[in-house]
Write a protein that binds this ligand. Structure first.
Ligand code: PRP
Ligand code: URA
Length: 209
């Protein structure tokens, strides 16, 4: 699939396996989500545009590449996406941060919006939307809809784990969006949880139940 990138780095796979373990506690889970966001961000940002700038080294003046254009915006989908923000800002400390608040109805699994605040202007920025889980795809599709309604044009989405159903749906609705996935899991169960998955990412990051 064009614009879909499934990670194969051994460090990402190793860390995801620890996340899956139900004995992994909140503290370690949070740290791992952040580390995986760094590793995935490193891959997802390898096409950032560069421009040569003049720099005076202790030896001589030279032209040397630096990231060009408007700074990027990282947009976590609340709550669980918050766990990935520091991973991206570790790589790009000047990134602006937007927030989209969505929760899945436990019965219908449909996303409900409760918050949306995005950096302005958004149309010239690369937007990196982050959420650990892509299950039915409903939340991600709504989040990308919001970003586009606000004028966002260049969008990358990062998910630690995706279900085939959600990946297909998101890609069909938003084929222009680049999708980065840490691991593509087997399927959704009848409660729309990813199998084998890691359970409820938000609850595991924040220690709620
Ligand atoms: C989780 C997850 C995604 C969504 C994925 O959030 O972080 O946002 O579910 O499911 P979908 O692809 O079927 O829409 P949740 O609604 O549990 O909210 P939370 O992050 O506040 O726990
Ligand atoms: N949201 C989660 O946090 N986990 C799932 O498996 C599906 C949706």
């Amino acid at each position: 699939m064009d614009n879909v990138f499934i990670m194969d780095h051994p460090l990402i796979q190793h860390k995801i396996s620890i996340l899956r373990n139900k004995e992994t506690g909140t503290n370690e889970f949070r740290k791992l989500i952040e580390e995986i966001a760094v590793l995935m961000g490193f891959e997802a940002l390898r096409d950032l545009p560069l421009e040569d700038v003049e720099v005076e080294t202790p030896i001589e003046t030279c032209r040397t590449p630096m990231i060009s254009g408007k700074k990027l915006a990282v947009v976590p989908v609340l709550r669980a996406g918050l766990g990935m923000v520091n991973g991206i800002t570790t790589l790009v400390p000047s990134a602006k941060i937007g927030h989209i608040g969505l929760y899945r109805d436990p019965v219908t699994h449909e996303p409900h919006e409760y918050y949306c605040k995005l950096p302005d202007p958004i149309d010239q920025r690369l937007i990196v939307m982050v959420d650990p889980m892509l299950a039915t795809g409903g939340s991600a599709i709504s989040a990308v809809n919001f970003i586009k309604q606000h004028g966002g044009k260049s969008i990358k989405c990062m998910f630690v784990i995706a279900a085939p159903e959600g990946l297909k749906r998101l890609h069909e609705v938003h084929p222009d969006v680049q999708i980065y996935v840490g691991h593509l899991d087997r399927e959704l169960n009848d409660r729309a949880y990813i199998c084998p998955g890691l359970g409820d990412a938000g609850d595991r990051i924040f220690g709620t139940k």
